[in-house]
Design a protein around this ligand. Structure first.
Ligand SMILES: NC(=O)c1ccc[n+]([C@@H]2O[C@H](COP(=O)([O-])OP(=O)(O)OC[C@H]3O[C@@H](n4cnc5c(N)ncnc54)[C@H](OP(=O)(O)O)[C@@H]3O)[C@@H](O)[C@H]2O)c1
Length: 283
């Protein structure tokens, strides 16, 4: 942290939804923010209001040159990066069989490789600082998969795996990692959902019920922003934070079901030990 008690945040996907709400909350609090967006002019009103503490930067997270340039620009402006928020992302809604290879790869390019590449690009700075916090915006669907959201879920499950490993690598270096797992919130997310170009009629009922779940958005992104700030300010931040009743309850149900299934099949799980001489013992 450069300036006494204020932090420098770098947030991806700042133009709307969670990103925009978090930028506003961080500025209101008095911290500084490198607000990145594909169209940074969408942040002009905040630049007028907070000319000293917001630094808007163009960034498409699928563009490696823009990733490097955004970090260089952040460091030139504020000399450090205390918090990276990997927020940019979108959802695909459709059955696994319905999506083209191109649709699936594009979804992974943004939701997974965007997060991975931003993280890898910021880590040298955080390692040098011996401090930092990376917030990865996962999803309720990053813990519990639903028919119709399989491809989206796969990208978020991948973020969960990377983050769970990353925290073990970087915590000893003074860097925290937190997965944010929102349920459904009122953002532009529902409007920017990508659907398959060639839907298959047999999946329509499954997709329609998932569509209904997505458009019901009980969560308030401004309150999510407050929760994210609370995590960053905590002396003991969690690896995972569910946001919203749907997410918190749904994840609890999944954990219970997984535990029950593990117990029910435990004798089979434990029946697979190799009983001969091990390869290691022969060497
Ligand atoms: N809303 C929910 O219910 C919900 C639930 C769980 C998780 N999430 C996650 O929350 C995150 C934010 O989504 P949101 O709900 O706030 O939706 P949103 O309002 O549509 O915001 C998505 C943001 O991501 C940006 N973005 C998309 N692709 C990008 C790219 N290639 N490079 C840079 N920015 C890109 C968008 O920029 P443009 O304006 O340029 O398109 C926009 O700023 C996503 O990771 C999403 O998966 C949302």
């Amino acid at each position: 942290m450069s300036n006494s008690d204020t932090k420098v945040w770098l947030i991806t996907g700042s133009s709307s939804g969670f990103g925009r709400s978090l930028v506003e909350a961080v500025l209101k609090k008095g911290d500084r923010v490198v607000a990145t967006a594909r169209k940074p002019e969408q942040l002009d009103d905040l630049v007028q209001q907070y000319p000293e503490t917001i630094h808007p930067v163009r960034l498409d997270v699928t563009n490696p040159q823009e990733i490097q340039a955004s970090i260089k620009s952040a460091l030139n402006q504020y000399a450090c990066i205390d918090v990276l928020v990997n927020n940019a992302g979108y959802a695909t809604l459709g059955a696994i069989e319905e999506f083209s290879d191109e649709d699936i790869r594009r979804q992974f390019e943004t939701n997974f490789f965007g997060v991975l590449n931003m993280t890898r690009a910021v880590l040298p700075t955080m390692r040098k600082q011996r401090s930092g916090h990376i917030l990865n915006i996962s999803s309720f669907a990053g813990v519990v998969a639903f028919g119709g959201l399989g491809i989206y879920s796969a990208t978020k499950f991948a973020i969960e795996g990377i983050s769970e490993a990353l925290v073990q690598e970087v915590k000893p270096l003074g860097i925290n990692v937190t997965l944010i797992e929102p349920g459904t919130f009122q953002t532009n997310g529902a409007a920017s959902v990508i659907t398959p170009k060639q839907p298959i009629a047999e999946y329509a009922a499954t997709i329609d019920s998932m569509q209904a779940a997505i458009v019901s958005q009980p969560g308030d992104p401004a309150k999510a922003a407050v929760a994210m700030i609370q995590v960053v300010e905590s002396d003991n931040p969690p690896l995972r934070l569910a946001l919203g009743e749907d997410s918190a309850n749904g994840i609890a149900q999944k954990l219970d079901a997984m535990k029950a299934e593990l117990e029910a099949w435990k004798s089979v799980s434990l029946s697979t030990a190799f009983e001969g001489e091990t390869v290691g013992a022969r060497n």
